[in-house]
Every structure is written in structure tokens, then in C-alpha cells.
Design a protein around this ligand. Structure first.
Ligand code: CP
Length: 306
């Protein structure tokens, strides 16, 4: 039985096969409409979510399966003090696979160690968000035609943004990847990513503060929200929240074939006027997330569709 805690749980070959499957699902959705009949997905979300929870649920429904779960810790017995270890033991009696989001880093990993069903990390604190990375990789590969030989700009809250941490870990395995890390001093990438992931693997990267300076050299610009819920101090959040706003004027500095991704939700960091730019692909990215989560469910449940 396999779980998914980090994008590194899949080899590059396995990732390629998963993305191929997601592309096939996009092309021939009817072929997969009954693949999970009789199977149940539990969505255990101890933290708010729109896309991840609902796209997982849409994915399982599209596969002919069914869904149960809870959308907040308050509506589960966690509010009475139940541990994630006990909760997953119980969920293992009710469902065939579980997607779990939790504010504590490592909580889905703890759950996976007691689980009798595959557990998927749907975001753990400021740590990892591997299924967002699968959606990001599928979006980039589908729209740019490759995952190698690119300059990727990551902009915003690189300290707390778990999607950024997972995406860097996944992309360093492809040749010719360079990163431009665009953030204010206080929201720089954590040192364990800078040292243990980037420097340890000799991955070229620069750290800059001005988006305008970086944007002309990028193939992909990955914007992120300042993660209000991870700040200890409201004043710091208010000071940093509008540090970056991607506008039409800034998009004029970008290459014609650059694409803009954002895991969403967006607050102010991309002006709505950018939404009509064909390079703005963040809503397509949310659609790709359904295909890739369908592919992930099939893979972890070891269901093959001929
Ligand atoms: N991208 C993402 O994780 O969005 P939600 O928080 O809405 O699930």
C-alpha cells in the first residue's frame, strides 16, 4: 500500500506515467467514468480549503466512486481531543482512500503510519502540498510541452508557502531547471530548502526582491499569496500582504510565451485585469488539478483502465 506525503514519493518515471494518465483522462473522460465504482474517498480537512477538497471530491465522483468526510476540525471529533492516529484507524473502516489536510506539519504522515488505507497529504502546515505540485507539473507540461530546461520564478511568500516547497523539490529532478526566488527579506525560502535541496543538488538559483527585474527572463511565473494564517503577528502580515501585485503593466515586461501560475486562493497579488491575458493560466491549473487527482486516486488504488 502506498501513501503520498511528498512529491518525492514518486520517481520521475512514475510522475511521468501519472501525468500521462491525467492527460488521457482529460481526453477520454468517459473511459474512466466507472473505474472507482464501489470505492469511497474520505476527505478529512482540519483546515479550510476550496480547491483541494472539492477537486478531490469531483475527481472521485468523476470516477464513479463516492465521497464522505469533514471540512473542518470543529465538525469532527478532533474538537473533543481525538488524535489523527485514532481518527485514521476509524476512517480505515469506512473508506478505501483518504485525503487529509492538517495545520500541523507531519500530521498526515503520522496518520499514514496507523492507516490501513492509502493516505494523501492534502497540505500540512507550511510544509508540503504534493497534490498541488502534481497539478502544477501537469499544467506546466501540458502548456509548455516540457518540464526541463526552464527558468521558473517563484514570487511572494516563499517562507510559509508549502506549494513552493513541494514544487521546488519536484522540479530539481528535471535537467536544466533554474529558479529565481522573488520575495521580501522576511519571506525568503526556508534555509532547509536553500541549503539541503537547492545548494546540495547544485541547482542554479538567485534570490531577488523586485519582480520587475526578474520577469523578463522567466518561462514560468508562480505567484503565491502571503499566508496570513501562518503569521504570529497581524502587523507583519498587513505590512507584507501587498508587497507584490502582478499588473498588466508588469506583464508587459514578461516574455510572450511565459505562463503565470498561482495555486489560488488569490487575494491581491494578481490584479484581476491580468485574468484576460492568455498567459494567465491559474484557472486552467485548477481544472488540471481534477484530472491529476483522478490519476492519483487510480494509481494509489492500483486500478487499471484499459
Ligand atoms: N490550492 C489550494 O490548496 O487551494 P485550497 O486551499 O482552496 O484547497
Amino acid at each position: 500500500m502506498r501513501h503520498l506525503m511528498s512529491p518525492l514519493d514518486f520517481s520521475v518515471d512514475e510522475l511521468d506515467r501519472l501525468l500521462d494518465l491525467a492527460n488521457d483522462i482529460e481526453k477520454y473522460p468517459n473511459k474512466y467514468a466507472h473505474a472507482c465504482e464501489g470505492k469511497k474517498l474520505a476527505t478529512c480537512f482540519y483546515e479550510p480549503s476550496t480547491r483541494t477538497r472539492l477537486s478531490f471530491e469531483a475527481a472521485m465522483l468523476n470516477l464513479g466512486g463516492s465521497v464522505l468526510g469533514f471540512a473542518s476540525a470543529d465538525s469532527s471529533s478532533a474538537s473533543k481531543g481525538e488524535s489523527v492516529s485514532d481518527t485514521i484507524r476509524v476512517i480505515s473502516c469506512y473508506a478505501d482512500i483518504c485525503a487529509m489536510r492538517h495545520p500541523k506539519e507531519g500530521a498526515p504522515l503520522v496518520a499514514s503510519q496507523k492507516s490501513r488505507i492509502p493516505v494523501i497529504n492534502a497540505g500540512d502546515g507550511g510544509h508540503q502540498h504534493p497534490t498541488q505540485t502534481l497539478a502544477d507539473l501537469l499544467t506546466i507540461r501540458s502548456l509548455k510541452g516540457r518540464l526541463d530546461n526552464m527558468t521558473i520564478g517563484l514570487c511572494g511568500d516563499l517562507k510559509f508557502g508549502r506549494t513552493v516547497h513541494s514544487l521546488i523539490s519536484a522540479l530539481i529532478r528535471y535537467p536544466g531547471i533554474k529558479f529565481v526566488l522573488i520575495s521580501p527579506e522576511e519571506l525568503r525560502i526556508p534555509s532547509y530548502i536553500r541549503e539541503d535541496v537547492l545548494r546540495a543538488n547544485n541547482i542554479p538559483f538567485t534570490e531577488v526582491e523586485r519582480l520587475e527585474d526578474a520577469i523578463p527572463q522567466l518561462d514560468v511565473l508562480y505567484m503565491t499569496r502571503v499566508q496570513k494564517e501562518r503569521f504570529f503577528n497581524e502587523e507583519d502580515y498587513v505590512r507584507l500582504k501587498d508587497f507584490y501585485i502582478l499588473t498588466k503593466a508588469k506583464m508587459e515586461l514578461a516574455p510572450e510565451d511565459m505562463i503565470v501560475l498561482h495555486p489560488l486562493p488569490r487575494v491581491n497579488e494578481i490584479s484581476v485585469e491580468v485574468d484576460d491575458d492568455p498567459r494567465a493560466v491559474y484557472f486552467k491549473q485548477a481544472q488540471y488539478a481534477v484530472y491529476v487527482r483522478m490519476a492519483l486516486i487510480l494509481t494509489l488504488l492500483e486500478i487499471k483502465v484499459e
